[in-house]
Design a protein. Structure first.
Length: 336
């Protein structure tokens, strides 16, 4: 009897140990504290891990809040950012291991302001708020005027605007380092025809060089017939333009990428044989060397066998007409 009870006791202990070990490996689900806030006008952006905490930015009506969670998803802080105006137009964030940058826009009377601030892992302000730029807009609604981008290594931060007024394009660029210290700034006013000319969003290389494109159409409803790349290096205050030969083809809106590893600019777009009414013929690609501006241009025609792989109906000729380019992934050998 004693030996039998001993065996049962040993078996029970083994089961308890195994269950404890399994429980240690099991995933835990934690629910955050519920706040009595209206979700009708709520906007959230998950900033991710900063320092030892996980941060979430919340814009709820007129309140702007940084919600802080620790490693156990407990909530040490859910405070309103009192230094920010109640009504903001937009907010952009750049996160670093121990802090983050917040760039936000708001309208006051007839002026749109763009401000920036550094904040720590507890959602607290570090230093003073910096006013980046202002734009007088009169009585029109406050719209998103400024854009924020950063380089691949996050060491260069560019805040810029392209604001059209009276057929003039007002371009302002402000280049900062990761500590929000101003490195360079430019201001330009250029003629602009919004029915025929398009400018791509800016991109910035690791060395602070600004890169974007200008595209020109023969008419407002026609495909692009002229393409230029435009660059600006820090401290130069000169925007250098280089024309790209389209070989009498026409293109759609371009997708651009900076290849910091191989020192190249990459541009891709679908191309057409005619300025209006034709289907996509193939893929237009160009690689421009960042230092020499030497351009390697390619027109890769889509043959019928490729079209049939996408659309096997008798409409295969139009297989690419409803597709668009989304991402470019660069390779170490200079390919993409």
């Amino acid at each position: 009897m004693y030996q039998h009870m001993k065996r049962i006791y040993t078996l029970l202990c083994s089961i308890i140990i195994l269950c404890s070990a399994y429980a240690g490996r099991a995933q835990n689900i934690t629910y955050s504290v519920v706040h009595n806030e209206s979700a009708r006008d709520a906007n959230f952006e998950i900033l991710g891990k900063v320092g030892a905490n996980y941060l979430v930015f919340k814009n709820i009506g007129w309140k702007n809040i940084v919600q802080v969670f620790d490693n156990n998803m407990a909530e040490p802080s859910n405070e309103r950012l009192s230094f920010i105006p109640e009504k903001i137009i937009n907010a952009d964030f750049i996160t670093y291991p121990d802090y983050f940058l917040m760039v936000y826009q708001y309208k006051k009377n007839t002026v749109v302001y763009c401000d920036a601030v550094r904040m720590d892992a507890n959602g607290q302000k570090m230093g003073k708020v910096i006013t980046i730029d202002t734009t007088r807009v009169g009585m029109q609604p406050g719209n998103d005027i400024y854009s924020t981008i950063y380089s691949e290594d996050k060491k260069s931060v560019l805040i810029y605007k392209m604001h059209e007024k009276n057929e003039r394009l007002h371009v302002v660029t402000k280049l900062f380092n990761s500590q929000l210290q101003l490195l360079d700034s430019t201001r330009s006013v250029i003629p602009f025809n919004n029915r025929r000319e398009l400018y791509s969003p800016f991109q910035i290389a690791n060395d602070g060089t600004i890169f974007f494109t200008k595209e020109t159409k023969p008419g407002s409803r026609e495909n692009i017939s002229e393409l230029e790349i435009i660059t600006n290096t820090p401290k130069s205050n000169i925007f250098k333009s280089t024309a790209i030969n389209l070989n009498k083809n026409f293109i759609d809106g371009v997708h651009i990428k900076i290849d910091n590893l191989n020192n190249n600019y990459i541009i891709n777009s679908f191309y057409y044989p005619e300025k209006r009414g034709s289907s996509i013929e193939g893929l237009f690609s160009v690689i421009i060397h960042k230092e020499t501006y030497a351009a390697k241009t390619m027109f890769n025609r889509f043959d019928d066998s490729l079209r049939l792989k996408i659309n096997r109906s008798n409409q295969y000729r139009f297989a690419f007409d409803n597709l668009f380019l989304k991402n470019i992934f660069v390779k170490r050998d200079g390919g993409y």
